[in-house]
Design a protein around this ligand. Structure first.
Ligand code: UDP
Length: 463
């Protein structure tokens, strides 16, 4: 549907970068703003990398026909001109290098109150959008702890190259050990590092930062960010989370779960783009079996779903695995609606890589987490869970591809600990309550969201 020309309705464009971890919170925010009387244009990058993105987008636009879809066709670019082999970071780079194509697209729309875009595009997009005099808000799709690290890191980087201190001391946070920072940042020439530093430096030029977290979870660091203690002159950081799963995300529930007793199943997933090694997959299978708990495991052997050629699970797991576990376990290699699974009464624990969306979904449903961070911001996020008493993680288990294979025996023990620790369940329920209060009428995140809509309204009314 065409965006409204009503001069009294804020018209917001949203433009995420690639991957489900970025797309999902943007879609949830778009739906929420729509329900708060905004007119929405949702800009989609063409082409998308994964089938999950294209399928989700088509469901989203079908279920919310009031939203105006707009395609942003990016220029192809030669990946050999960038220092990375990661398909997602290369895609960010392709989008960033197409930033000059954005103005004609935005000018084709009725006047915009704001463009909400993504952290990974910040340094490339902000200068271009500023020439159009459109306010830019960044939707930060990770934790506030990670936002503080994002802002702090460039100050260390310019000073010391890749000679990092043992601990990063950042206001509002416990010291972050060098071993917890995203592994790629240890290579100053990597594309990820270059983008990370440039985006971190550009954040202060945004008009505002919206963040998918809530006061109860990360109050100290949010105070430090908004008090100018992390970096001076930061625009306001408004909490609007946790952004909850929406109607368009409803899928066919897994009927297997309905047959399992309450709280008996451990759900295992490493998000939308993390593939474990063949050896680690086998050991994880052994570990789940040894834990003695029922399990639902979403298994990925490739980063990009379109490349998942074989779904021959028998070959990936130990001999006789399926026969032995046919009653107790379900392994799937397809996309599942994780929000629904975590909300199912049969699920009692979550083994997660600690992607921020997975964490917010666990929080929303009060599910304790065994964190097994694999890369990026995930150790920093695992720390947030641990401090809030709803998660555990084993610091000695290496990042993906580093530190050797974790043996099944050890995995089994930790899964048992996750499923049997009543303190963790209590912690998860407390955080869940905090989350529900934050987004409920008059809660901190509800005020954050309504505040931003109010600000857009005041701008169009010239106040
Ligand atoms: N997800 C899902 N089904 C799957 C795999 C992933 O619904 O089969 C969703 C998950 O619920 C989350 C997102 O994909 O919303 C993954 O984001 P996250 O930040 O957790 O991790 P990433 O995939 O970015 O590493």
């Amino acid at each position: 549907m065409a965006p409204s020309n009503n001069p009294k309705t804020p018209h917001i464009a949203l433009l995420p970068s690639s991957g489900m971890g970025h797309l999902t919170p943007f879609l949830r925010l778009a739906a929420t703003l729509l329900h708060n009387n905004c007119s929405i244009t949702f800009i989609t990058i063409q082409p998308t990398i994964t089938s999950a993105e294209s399928n989700t987008l088509s469901r989203f636009f079908t279920s919310l026909p009031q939203i105006n879809p707009l395609k942003f066709q990016i220029h192809p670019f030669d990946p050999t001109t960038a220092t990375s082999t990661d398909p997602f970071y290369l895609h960010y780079e392709a989008i960033r290098r197409s930033a000059h194509l954005l103005p004609p697209l935005l000018l084709s729309l009725p006047p915009l109150s704001a463009l909400i875009t993504d952290i990974s595009l910040t340094s490339a997009f902000i200068p271009i959008i500023a020439t159009l005099r459109i306010p830019t808000q960044i939707l930060f799709t990770c934790s506030a702890a990670m936002l503080a690290f994002y802002l702090h890191f460039p100050t260390q980087f310019t000073k010391n190259g890749n000679e990092f201190p043992e601990f990063f001391d950042i206001p509002g946070l416990l010291p972050i050990p060098k071993s917890s920072i995203p592994p790629l940042l240890h290579d100053p020439t990597n594309l990820f590092t270059t983008q990370f530093v440039e985006n971190g430096q550009a954040l202060i030029k945004a008009d505002g930062i919206l963040i998918n977290t809530f006061d109860y979870l990360e109050l100290e660091v949010l105070d430090a960010l908004n008090g100018g203690e992390v970096v001076p002159s930061l625009p306001p950081v408004l909490t609007i989370g946790p952004l909850k799963p929406c109607e368009f995300e409803r899928g066919t529930p897994l009927s297997w779960l309905d047959e399992q007793p309450e709280g008996s199943v451990v759900y295992v997933s490493f998000g939308s783009k993390t593939a474990l090694s063949g050896e680690q997959i086998k050991e994880l299978g052994i570990g789940l079996e040894k834990s003695g708990f029922r399990f639902l495991w979403v298994l990925k052997s490739k980063m990009v779903d379109r490349e998942e050629k074989t779904k021959d699970l028998e070959k990936m797991l130990s001999d006789g695995f399926f026969e032995r576990n046919k009653e107790n376990g379900l392994v799937v290699m397809d996309w599942v609606e994780q929000g629904e699974i975590l909300g199912h009464k049969a699920v009692g624990g979550f083994v997660s890589h600690c992607g921020w969306n997975s964490i917010t979904e666990a929080i929303w449903n009060g599910i304790p987490v065994l964190g097994w961070p694999q890369g990026g911001d995930q150790r920093i996020n695992a720390g947030v869970l641990e401090r809030n008493g709803m998660g555990i993680w084993v610091k000695e288990w290496g990042w993906r591809g580093e530190g050797g294979v974790v043996k099944g025996e050890e995995i089994g023990e930790k899964v048992r600990e996750l499923m049997e620790d009543v303190g963790l369940k209590r912690g998860a329920n407390k955080v869940k309550e905090g989350a529900r209060m934050a987004v409920g009428e008059g809660g901190s995140s509800d005020k954050g969201l309504k505040g931003i809509v109010e600000m857009f309204l005041e701008d169009i009314n010239g106040n």
